[in-house]
Design a protein around this ligand. Structure first.
Ligand SMILES: [Zn+2]
Length: 342
């Protein structure tokens, strides 16, 4: 951590907390859509932790988590290192309560982040990379599923030797259900925010809260506890790591199995909760038509769990309505591998 840290239009000296903006993009009426940022520089050396929420414009729980951590829980006088807080990673999505940028329907986390002269959402991604992501040592990217979700989880990619050890430490400290994948970022992988981070040895914890369109419990408490635990693990603040309580946790190593999709169109009702063990062949949900007749029974493909029901997609947005069309996502399915993390 340097003596002072510059992010967007602010320069933050040791012991200071400042609020500013990262320059974003200009609309046709000359209005600039910038990225608000909060930066806290601690009094002693330590890692720089980036907290970003709302890469997807309707997933707002992380905003509250960042506010609580940076404005209530942690004081610059007690901090070793620095925290960069970005409450809304994609303001073009958030401003029209859409999942993706309303201008080009692109995802700021999936486009190239290395192009200052790229398309509109690529320029936002470049601004995030150059002003914030590239300056971090640890990143927590906070997302949310939507109702009827009930399982808070995190996703870690342990396929990159440069970040493997740190990402496992972050996940253990955060203490929620963990989905583990091993996807090395190859030479030909597109330079998205996540891939650039991996190449630069910066671990990114993808954290998924629940009930994403409302600020509510248990997401706030669990999210704040997870961030503070990570900060304790990396000696940014004092204190013992607090186990997560009050939520369902499938401990250890879990693997993503696949997406259950609808073969019929209609309304859908669910019989299982995310985080509830489901045997292969058990009925997870059923789809019914506008005459009230059941037209498809949706069965579990494997012994395992679901983490969310992302049905009702429109314009790339999941979870907008309790209804599906043919081919729509019904459930994300995962299996439990062992009771310990790798
Ligand atoms: Zn998301």
């Amino acid at each position: 951590m340097p003596e002072e840290i510059k992010v967007g239009n602010i320069t933050v000296k040791r012991g200071e907390l400042k609020k500013g903006v990262i320059k974003g993009v200009e609309l046709i009426n000359n209005v600039s859509i910038d990225i608000p940022v909060i930066v806290m520089n601690g009094v002693e050396d330590g890692p720089t932790l980036l907290l970003m929420s709302t890469q997807h414009g309707i997933e707002i729980q992380g905003i509250e988590v960042i506010h609580r951590v940076m404005l209530k829980e942690v004081k610059p006088s007690k901090l070793k290192g620095a925290i960069i807080g970005i409450p809304v990673g994609n303001p073009l999505a958030y401003m029209h309560h859409q999942y993706l940028s309303w201008i080009d329907n692109l995802d700021v986390g999936r486009v190239r982040a290395d192009r200052p002269n790229g398309n509109t959402t690529e320029r936002l991604a470049y601004a995030l990379w150059s002003e914030a992501w590239s300056k971090a040592d640890l990143i927590v990217n906070i997302h949310c599923n939507t109702r009827p979700d009930s399982l808070i989880y995190q996703w870690i990619n342990i396929g990159n030797p440069k970040t493997r050890e740190k990402i496992i430490r972050m996940a253990k400290a955060a203490g929620v259900t963990t989905i583990v994948s091993e996807e090395p970022v190859g030479e030909d992988a597109p330079p998205t925010l996540g891939n650039l981070a991996a190449r630069n040895g910066i671990p990114v914890l993808l954290f998924e809260l629940i009930d994403g369109r409302w600020i509510s419990e248990p997401s706030t408490t669990v999210g704040v506890r997870a961030i503070l635990n990570i900060m304790k693990e990396f000696k940014m603040i004092e204190g013992e790591i607090e186990p997560q309580t009050g939520i369902t946790i499938i401990p250890g190593t879990n693997r993503f199995y696949g997406i259950l999709r609808a073969n019929k169109g209609g309304l859908i009702r669910f019989f299982k909760k995310p985080g509830e063990f489901i045997r292969k062949g058990e009925k997870v949900a059923e789809i019914y038509n506008l005459y009230g007749e059941v037209i498809e029974e949706v069965k579990m493909p494997v012994d395992g769990y679901t983490w969310a029901y992302p049905c009702g997609q429109t314009l790339g947005t999941s979870g907008s309505l309790q209804a599906v069309q043919t081919g729509a996502n019904i459930a994300y399915v995962f299996t439990h591998e062992k009771d310990e993390l790798p």
